[in-house]
Write a protein that binds this ligand. Structure first.
Ligand code: FES
Ligand code: MG
Length: 592
């Protein structure tokens, strides 16, 4: 509809501020914005009103500098002829929210949907950083479908401890092993952790935060090069300004998430995830974003489209370096450029820049071949996720790129049986049980044992926890055995480097096969066939079903109850069942 005053397309916000049929309501909508100095002329001018979804706060320190960056976003919005309106989103701090930050992704999503739908916003800048802040924001933007653009906060500067690079998360896993083996004390443990976090920003490894921001860029939802700029670099503020400007243009050009987020871009994102050595958490988050975008993505797509892609980024946890070197080497565009030139990327996809992905990537090659490898000379071949199934679950993934040579030699190289491993299961019900019993000699854990954890999925935890990367008992650590095969219905931290079978769906609490596994059962993992089975007779499994499924903690908050009643499994993105039905709701304005 054309606006008679501006001669342009009538904007959503005008339905609030400039509505002849509801003058009384327009007065109410306008008056309180005045009290911070905004004028009625501005709000009734037909200029795009751009929300800045502020994810930073003292409770989300990884994103906290967005509070400062928002000033540059506002400058950009104003300079491009828009009106900025900043508002807070529900905080999600990965390392600190108990019982797990995953519980809050759908809550932040719900909150943002209500804001974008129910307030006079024409477009939105999504400020992202810490793990779930990115998928929750993109899920909401897709549901509402108003013009949206991602502004990543960027990683922290590289961490150094006693002359060594120390990265977020990875330092914890490594130092924990040293602490357990007695080679460092608690003070050094703490100091190395603190040294890994030298500045503002999110995790500086290719953990879930850097992964999800890279994938937002790969999806075409941020300006080119946005994801990897370290938080403290001057380019970050400049990116904030440009993103603000572009948000206004997106509204004027009416470019919405629905015109960008197609199946092809999700497949691009899966391939980029392999090439950067991205987090296994990308699987449920990308699935969730696809669901809300109305895109058919199958769990198997991870293997079909992602597994054969080589690892190109030499960044922890799969490689050596951290965020600063990755950015200086060319960041996400350089990775995508390699994939494009190798014919592994759909370059025709539209993006928020208004140009195609291929156009965005012109002249964006890697400048440091130590950090970003040529496609033909990768760090590792086949760096994607294997998709496994069997009588323990219908779906689980394994990130094979983090499997060490030592681990391969120990478990997966038996002549004639390469890629096949059988081991005795030791089963834990939740992480308290694991911590209580892992060093119990009665469990008989040796280097052939497979550690299993259940009760760690969306229903069981609740929220699904990053607990599958379980450390071996101290007696094995002291012998230098730093990882055992692990299986679980929870997730693993994006910064962990353990060869785990993760995200098993359906989870134990939903009656999946893991519920009927017993300590002492033998599990066969066959990576060549993509199978993982307990070698237990079907009749015996049936008999065990009569014992019921292992209990899980009661709901501790109202949201936990609502979450458990609505959440789907990790294979499906652990989304709110039915939420995808609401896609495109901005099309019809809410009633007054
Ligand atoms: Fe927030 Fe890693 S804990 S980004
Ligand atoms: Mg994490």
């Amino acid at each position: 509809m054309t606006d008679e005053k501006t001669g342009k397309r009538r904007l959503r916000s005008q339905d609030w501020f400039d509505n002849r049929e509801h003058v009384d309501m327009a007065a109410l909508y306008l008056e309180r914005f005045m009290n911070y100095g905004i004028t009625p002329e501005e709000l009734r001018s037909g200029k795009p009103v751009i929300g800045i979804a502020q994810s930073g706060s003292d409770l989300t320190p990884c994103n906290r500098h967005h509070v400062e960056l928002a000033r540059r976003v506002r400058d950009g919005i104003r300079d491009a002829g828009g009106i900025p309106i900043e508002f807070p989103t529900h905080p999600i701090f990965e390392n600190c929210k108990r019982p797990t930050a995953a519980l809050d992704r759908n809550l932040a999503y719900l909150g943002l949907v209500e804001i974008l739908y129910g307030y006079p916003l024409d477009g939105v800048v999504l400020t992202t950083g810490c793990d779930k802040t990115t998928p929750s924001a993109l899920m909401a933007a897709s549901t509402v479908d108003i013009p949206a653009i991602v502004l990543s906060g960027g990683p922290m500067l590289d961490g150094w401890h006693e002359g060594d690079l120390v990265g977020s998360g990875t330092v914890i896993w490594r130092a924990r092993r040293k602490l357990a083996a007695g080679t460092i004390d608690e003070e050094e443990f703490l100091q190395s952790a603190m040294d890994s976090a030298p500045s503002i920003g999110h995790c500086n490894t290719m953990g879930t935060a850097s992964t999800m921001n890279a994938l937002a860029e790969a999806l075409g939802m941020s300006l080119t090069g946005c994801a990897a700029i370290p938080a403290a670099y001057r380019e970050r503020g400049q990116m904030a300004y440009r993103t603000g400007r572009r948000a206004v243009e997106l509204v004027l050009e009416d470019i919405r998430p629905s015109s960008i987020l197609t199946r092809e871009v999700f497949l691009n994102a899966i391939r980029v995830n392999s090439a950067i050595g991205g987090s296994t958490n990308a699987q449920p988050h990308l699935m969730a974003m696809a669901k809300h975008a109305g895109v058919e993505l199958e769990p198997e797509d991870w293997q079909v489209h992602g597994y054969d892609i080589p690892l190109l980024a030499d960044v922890q946890p799969a490689g050596r370096f951290l965020g600063e070197r990755f950015h200086r080497a060319g960041g996400v565009p350089a990775i995508m450029r390699e994939l494009l030139d190798a014919g592994k990327l759909d370059g025709d996809c539209p993006t928020v820049t208004g140009r195609s992905m291929a156009e965005n990537l012109e002249g964006r090659g890697a400048s440091d071949r130590e950090v970003i490898r040529p496609y033909g000379e990768p760090l590792k071949e086949r760096a994607g996720f294997l998709v496994l199934k069997g009588n323990l679950f219908d779906f689980a993934i394994m990130k094979t790129s983090v499997i060490s040579q030592e681990f391969r030699a120990r478990y997966l190289s038996e002549p004639g049986r390469e890629g096949i491993f059988e081991g005795r299961a030791v089963v834990f019900d939740g992480s308290e049980d694991y911590h209580r019993r892992i060093n119990d000699p009665a469990l008989g854990i040796d280097e052939r044992t497979i550690l299993v954890i259940r009760g760690a999925g969306p229903l069981g935890w609740p929220g699904s926890a990053e607990v599958v990367n379980m450390q071996p008992p101290d007696h094995l650590l002291k012998r230098g055995i730093t990882s055992l095969p692990t299986i679980g219905d929870g997730r693993q931290s994006g910064t962990a480097d353990s060869p785990s079978i993760l995200n098993a769906s359906p989870e134990s609490a939903a009656g999946g096969g893991l519920a009927f596994l017993r300590t002492g059962d033998v599990i066969r993992i066959d990576l060549t066939q993509g199978r993982c089975d307990m070698l237990v007779e079907a009749a015996e499994i049936e008999r065990r079903k009569a014992d019921g499924i292992p209990p899980v903690p009661a709901d501790a908050t109202p949201w936990q109850r609502i979450y458990r009643r609505t959440v789907t499994q990790l294979s499906d993105g652990a989304v709110i069942d039915g939420a995808a039905d609401f896609r495109g709701i901005a099309e019809t304005p809410p009633r007054h």
